[in-house]
Design a protein around this ligand. Structure first.
Ligand SMILES: Nc1ncnc2c1ncn2[C@@H]1O[C@H](COP(=O)(O)OP(=O)(O)O)[C@@H](O)[C@H]1O
Ligand SMILES: [Mg+2]
Length: 224
């Protein structure tokens, strides 16, 4: 049996003040095994982004429990949480867009420099990752000089730069046409097979959902 790397028990999340509360997650319990590609689907506002933010330790929770690779998130202090994120997780989030003034390779090496690689090591590894998404020829281009699909592949290379155990993606293929959507999913599945990384992918796309191993369907703050 594959190991469970992500699990939650009765997770609750509220936003807002006392008189204007939004109950964004209403007792979510899930478990995800190592190497799974899981899609999270459901209507806008149902809590998908909130779930991803909580699971990845970017946002706090109000009740329940989250365990990531055996670590109970609420037991970790800020430094331990940052270290878990930097070493074990990769992010493809709209709020972490590519920096427009950095080239493709510079964008990919940025998280490596942050997590302590030397400049030389970071460059070598960033080029290797750009190779995996078939963009080594585009390393010196700025994001504005790349197509949407190429930019998303750079984002994927950046998320994978640290060889994270878990990759979180919010709207992985959000702005892509069907051809690029297919290319990005081909890559995700290939990388998952090669490295046994676990992917949790929020998506509105039935095509993307259809290529995951399993869908977590949400509605109004609950898993249905
Ligand atoms: N920072 C926030 N402050 C207040 N309410 C929020 C915040 N983020 C999300 N919400 C609310 O929480 C609910 C779930 O939002 P979200 O997780 O973004 O949904 P989804 O990603 O499925 O569209 C929605 O009602 C949304 O308005
Ligand atoms: Mg969202």
């Amino acid at each position: 049996m594959p190991e469970i790397v992500i699990s939650t028990e009765n997770l609750h999340k509220f936003y807002g003040s006392r008189d204007q509360k939004v109950h964004a997650l209403k007792g979510v319990s899930i478990s995800i095994a190592e190497g799974e590609i899981v899609g999270v689907m459901g209507p806008s506002g149902c809590g998908k982004t909130t779930l991803l933010n909580c699971l990845s330790g970017l946002d706090s929770i109000d009740d329940g429990n989250i365990s990531i690779q055996g670590n109970t998130l609420t037991d970790l202090n800020d430094d331990q949480l940052s270290e878990l994120r930097a070493k074990k997780m990769g992010f493809v989030f709209q709020t972490y867009n590519l920096l427009p003034v950095l080239t493709a390779v510079e964008n990919v090496e940025l998280p490596l420099l942050v997590s302590g690689f030397s400049g030389k090591q970071a460059r070598t590894r960033a080029l290797e990752k750009l190779g995996e998404v078939e963009l080594e020829d585009w390393q010196h281009h700025l994001p504005g000089e790349l197509s949407g699909g190429q930019r998303q592949r750079v984002t994927l290379a950046r998320a994978l730069a640290n060889d994270p155990a878990i990759v979180w993606a919010d709207e992985l293929t959000g702005n892509l046409d069907s051809e690029n959507e297919r290319l990005v999913m081909d890559l995700v599945i290939q990388l998952n097979k090669e490295n046994n990384q676990t992917f949790v992918i929020v998506t509105h796309s039935d095509y993307v959902g259809g290529r995951t191993d399993r869908i977590i369907q949400m509605k109004d703050g609950e898993v249905v």
